[in-house]
Design a protein. Structure first.
Length: 402
């Protein structure tokens, strides 16, 4: 009996010991889990903190590098970017602050003095221009001659040629009858300009491009006051003096493009029938202007008018302000006009003003100061008028531009 009690007692002691062991093991396991959980949470927080710290370090480093790069470009020993920025900004109407923010007037004037156009100091030799003497050769001198002289089927009025460069795209228009090229002026002269599409409709134009510059003292882009002398069909709309680069850009009664730094009386003596005022002159009497530095005009959308010796008139409109296609500089304009045989050529107003209208529709891609794809009201333009006996098929141009 006693033996049984002793055995039972021993068993109970063993079970108690096992229970105590299990409880100790359970407590140790709980403590281990709790410690592991705390360690995991701590490690997770540490990793998040390390990640955030790394991101901020990278961003700070990139920001610092960016600021240093900008400061290096603006004020470092390399002049290219600085001169490009100043010359591009200072030839715009609404973005000159890009230069004035960073540089004082002395620095800006110094940069502009190093980058300029030295124009050919000659009167336009009108005798060399033979209007109406257009010959179609059996063998073309080069691809540019072919592009000009090989006309579109059923369209004897003009031809639109695609132009592409590293920093620009656009169009060159060959107009075959110079007698039908005229200047148009805003109907709100002295008050505000008009959109080229409206001016084109008002004159029932086949082709139209923007013309000369205009006064804009408050940078409000109203475009109502043309620079210098403006003539439309023999009527002198404006008679202001002009001291900027270039001068009168217009056609004589003999349908020859005249470029001149002349007074009102001199313009009348030459026999100007249609003209506006701007510049610089790019080519005079077959001689190109000397471009010093980058020419002082930077890169931007551009418009040019020119005339070949055979009397064919050239309208050039180039787009810019789109990614790497920032626009054209003066060298680009001279090269293009030389390639296509211009004997005389002049730069017209550019930037947001640059526009080509075909049958009252804008076909290039002007971009304004806000980045919107649109042009602005302007003061003057050149256009090709319709011929009363016109039997050309203009749909071919519309189809090409689609």
């Amino acid at each position: 009996m006693n033996n049984r009690k002793d055995i039972l007692s021993q068993n109970m002691s063993t079970m108690d010991e096992l229970n105590r062991t299990r409880m100790r093991s359970s407590r140790m396991e709980r403590k281990s889990k709790e410690k592991g959980s705390r360690d995991y949470k701590g490690n997770k927080k540490s990793k998040i903190k390390d990640t955030v710290t790394s991101i901020f370090t990278v961003l700070f480093s990139l920001g610092t590098i960016g600021i240093m790069l900008v400061l290096f470009l603006l004020y470092g020993p390399i002049n290219g970017f600085r001169e490009w920025l100043v010359t591009t900004a200072m030839t715009t109407m609404t973005h000159q602050y890009f230069a004035t923010w960073f540089y004082d007037d002395v620095t800006i004037d110094f940069i502009l003095s190093k980058n300029k156009i030295v124009e050919i100091n000659e009167d336009t030799n009108l005798d060399e221009i033979k209007v109406g003497e257009i010959e179609t050769p059996t063998v073309y001198e080069n691809e540019y001659e072919r592009a000009i002289l090989e006309r579109d089927p059923n369209n004897n009025d003009y031809k639109v040629i695609d132009i592409h460069g590293k920093t620009f795209d656009g169009y060159l228009v060959a107009v075959y009858d110079a007698s039908r090229v005229h200047t148009m002026c805003t109907e709100k002269l002295g008050v505000s300009g008009q959109y080229m599409t409206t001016m084109s409709q008002n004159h029932d134009a086949l082709i139209a491009i923007n013309g000369g510059g205009f006064n804009d003292p408050n940078f409000n882009s109203t475009g109502g006051s043309p620079l210098g002398i403006t003539v439309t069909n023999g009527e002198y709309k404006t008679k202001e003096s002009y001291a900027g680069s270039g001068g009168i850009i217009g056609f004589t009664e003999e349908d020859k493009l005249y470029l001149g730094k002349c007074s009102l009386s001199e313009a009348k003596k030459v026999g100007i029938r249609d003209a506006c005022t701007f510049g610089p002159f790019l080519i005079v009497n077959g001689k190109k202007s000397n471009v010093v530095g980058n020419g002082g005009w930077g890169t931007a959308p551009r418009t040019v008018i020119g005339q070949r010796k055979d009397g064919i008139v050239l309208f050039l409109v180039l787009d810019g302000r789109k990614g790497t296609k920032v626009g054209a500089d003066m060298d680009d304009l001279i090269e293009i006009m030389e390639n296509y045989g211009a004997y005389n050529a002049a730069n017209l107003d550019g930037g947001t003003s640059s526009v080509l209208v075909v049958n009252h529709v804008i076909v290039n891609d002007p971009i304004d100061s806000t980045g919107a794809h649109k042009t602005r009201p302007i003061a003057t333009g050149f256009y090709l008028e319709k011929d009363e006996s016109d039997d050309s098929d203009h749909e071919i141009v519309a189809d090409k531009l689609k």
